[in-house]
Design a protein around this ligand. Sequence first.
Ligand code: NAD
Length: 267
Amino acid sequence: MEKVLDLFSLKGKVIVATGATGYLCRHFLEAAAQAGGDIAALDMPGTENKLEELTQHLTEVYQIRAKWYEVNVTDEAHMMQVRDSVAADFGHVDGLIACAGINHHGSIEEYSFEDFNSVMTTNVTGTFLSDKLYGELMVKQGGGSIINMGSASGLVVSRYPRLMTAYSACKGGIHHLTHSVAAEWAGAGVRCNCLAPGYMEHGMTHIRGHVRRSDDPKYQRELMESVPMERFGVPKDLTGAVIYLLSDASGYTTGLDFKIDGGLTLW
Ligand SMILES: NC(=O)c1ccc[n+]([C@@H]2O[C@H](COP(=O)([O-])OP(=O)(O)OC[C@H]3O[C@@H](n4cnc5c(N)ncnc54)[C@H](O)[C@@H]3O)[C@@H](O)[C@H]2O)c1
C-alpha cells in the first residue's frame, strides 16, 4: 500500500493563488510550500511589498520556487497576461486557490447599487475568471485542482449583527459556481471544490465600517451564540483541508462544499 502521508505531498506541483497576501491565503501558501509545492502568488496592484516579503519567506524557509504577480482579479486582459506569464515561468499549473475577496456590511437599505456590484464583481466574477483562466490550462494538461472560497454565509444567512446581503449572495453564487465547474470539467480530470469557513478570528469576520466594532466584546459574544463550538476558527483549522484538496489525497473529490465552521451551519 502507498504511504498515506505521501498522498498529501505537493512536491512537483505548482500552486497559484489570488489574494495571496491576505490573512487566510498567506497561511494556505505557507502550508502548500511546506508540503513541497511551488508557488505563484497573485494580489492587487499596490501589494508589491507584501508579495515580495511573502515569496522571499517561502523560498528561504521551504526551498521551493515562489514568484509574485500584481493583478486585479476583475481585469480580464491583465489576468490573461499574468496567466500566460505564470505558465511561461513555471511550465504547468496544478492547483489554484481563488482567495481574493472583499466584504461590505450594512442593511439592505444602506447598500448602494455600487456597493452590491463591487462585492459581486470582485468575488463572483473574479472567482469565475480565475477558475476559467487556470482551469483551461489544467484541462489542456489533463488535470488539476481548484479551490474556491465560499463561506458559511453562502450556505445560511448570517444573523444580526452581521448584515451583509451582497456577501451572502456572492458566496452562495461561488458555491454553485463550484458545483458547475466541477461537473463540467470532471471528465477532464480537473476537480473543483469550495471551502466554507465559519467565523474566523481575523480577516473578513471583522467589520470594517459602520455597523459594529470588531473588538466590541458584546459583538463577539453575539457571534459566538450561533457557533456550537463556541470559538472562532483559526487558520490551522483550514490548512489541512487546503492541502487535502490540492493533493492527490482528494483525487476522487469534486464539487464539495467543505464546511469548517465549528458547527455554525447546523442550526
Ligand atoms: N476571514 C473570514 O472570516 C472568512 C470566512 C469565510 C470566508 N472567507 C473568505 O476567504 C477569503 C480570504 O479572506 P480573508 O479573511 O483572508 O480576507 P483578507 O481581506 O485578509 O484577504 C483578501 C485578499 O484579497 C485581495 N483582493 C481584494 N480584492 C481584490 C481584487 N479585486 N483583485 C485581486 N486581489 C484582491 C486583497 O488584496 C487581500 O489580499 C475571501 O474570499 C473571504 O470571503 C473569509
